[in-house]
Ligand binder design. Structure first.
Ligand code: NAD
Length: 335
């Protein structure tokens, strides 16, 4: 059986990917330093998968510890989720982002290269910045507009260079768009230590705390309803994209390097998401118009032709599914 190292596997996307990997016959070895993940996620994974993945509380930059884990667990590939991820936080507090996401990553990538382990890397649509036109293909020039986006772009450049070296490292870069949703059972979802600034969690806070309505940042953008457009992709679909990428890279040579967008290819506006949430959950979302937020792109969404052709992956779930599943998770999460 293939044992897969999942860094950051107690976080949001990492935990869903671990679940889908286990359902696809892989076995998972999670490392996480708990800076944003929680150990209780292991119970949730066990409940859904019927198997408890191996877990080590470690920093991925501790390469000596990691080397021992790789040898002990006979690891055959790695998926690297561990990173700091909050765009606005990275603007006000940039250096920890470069230290964790880039400095720590160099030794980690070098260890994967030394051990001959293929790597799937979590990147982000943030590497494109504010693309014009808003539909980004993998060839769209990268022009990040936050330290977070730059940290991801730097890692991509490191991986591309490492694939061309004498003893190369093979990798697949997945650029996710806006990841949303939870498990339809309500058993697994985003359980971060920080309050999520993402749209659906913000909608849920406004429903639960009626005194603090959701502020829509900008209602006068040049879009059909005046609010920003984003590509919201369900976390279960994103997890499946990792299984497809892993099955693909395990068959490639050691100098393989490719980049794929992971999105639905369809933009939704902020108002459309609010309306979907109200419709699906039969609830009112208290909201107010607010002013534009500095640095917000008007619109962006993914071109998905490449991942469809080469990895045979397309998204299946909808924004409605995400609204339903996140509300169910919000009601269950403290149970
Ligand atoms: N959530 C999104 O919409 C989104 C979009 C694009 C890209 N991404 C990227 O996907 C990856 C996963 O995102 P997520 O939403 O699951 O984030 P998350 O914060 O929920 O999960 C990241 C996990 O990594 C752990 N971690 C952080 N630094 C670590 C370190 N040095 N050593 C060990 N563990 C560490 C955290 O404790 C956490 O459990 C990140 O790299 C993020 O940048 C996320």
């Amino acid at each position: 059986m293939n044992n897969i190292l999942v860094t950051g596997g107690l976080g949001y996307i990492g935990s869903f990917t671990a679940l889908r990997l286990m359902a696809s016959g892989f076995s998972c070895v999670i490392i996480d330093n708990l800076s944003n993940g929680k150990v209780s996620t292991l119970d949730r994974l066990e409940k859904l998968a019927g198997v408890r993945p191996a877990f080590y509380e470690n920093d991925f930059a501790d390469t000596q510890a990691l080397k021992n884990i790789i040898e002990q667990e006979s690891i055959s590939a790695a998926i690297h989720f561990a990173a700091f991820k909050y765009v606005n936080d990275s603007v006000t507090n940039s250096l920890p982002y470069f230290r964790n996401n880039v400095a720590g990553f160099i030794d980690f990538a070098d260890l994967m290269r030394e051990k001959g382990l293929p790597l799937i890397f979590s990147s982000s649509a943030a590497v494109y910045g504010s693309p014009d036109p808003p539909r980004s293909t993998e060839q769209t020039p990268c022009n990040p507009d936050s330290p977070y986006g730059w940290s991801k772009r730097m890692d991509e450049v490191i991986l591309q260079a490492a694939a061309a070296g004498e003893q190369p490292l093979s990798s697949i870069v997945l650029r996710y768009f806006n990841v949303v949703g939870a498990h339809p059972s309500g058993v697994l979802g985003e359980d971060a230590r920080q309050t999520s600034p993402m749209l659906i969690p913000s909608i849920i806070r406004s429903v639960l705390e009626e005194s603090s309505p959701l502020i829509i940042n900008g209602t006068d953008y040049p879009t059909p309803d005046g609010t920003c457009l984003r590509d919201y992709v369900h976390v279960l679909d994103v997890a499946d994209a990792h299984v497809a990428a892993l099955n693909h890279i395990l068959k490639q040579s050691r100098d393989y390097f490719e980049v794929f967008n992971v999105g639905t290819g369809r933009p939704n506006s902020v108002l459309e998401v609010i309306n979907a949430f109200e419709r699906v959950n039969k609830l009112k979302v208290p909201h107010e118009k607010g002013s534009r937020r500095a640095g917000d792109a008007v619109a962006y969404f993914a071109a998905t032709d490449k991942i469809k052709e080469q990895l045979n992956w397309t998204s299946k779930l909808t924004v409605e599914d995400a609204c339903h599943d996140e509300w169910k998770w919000a009601q269950n999460k403290n149970v």
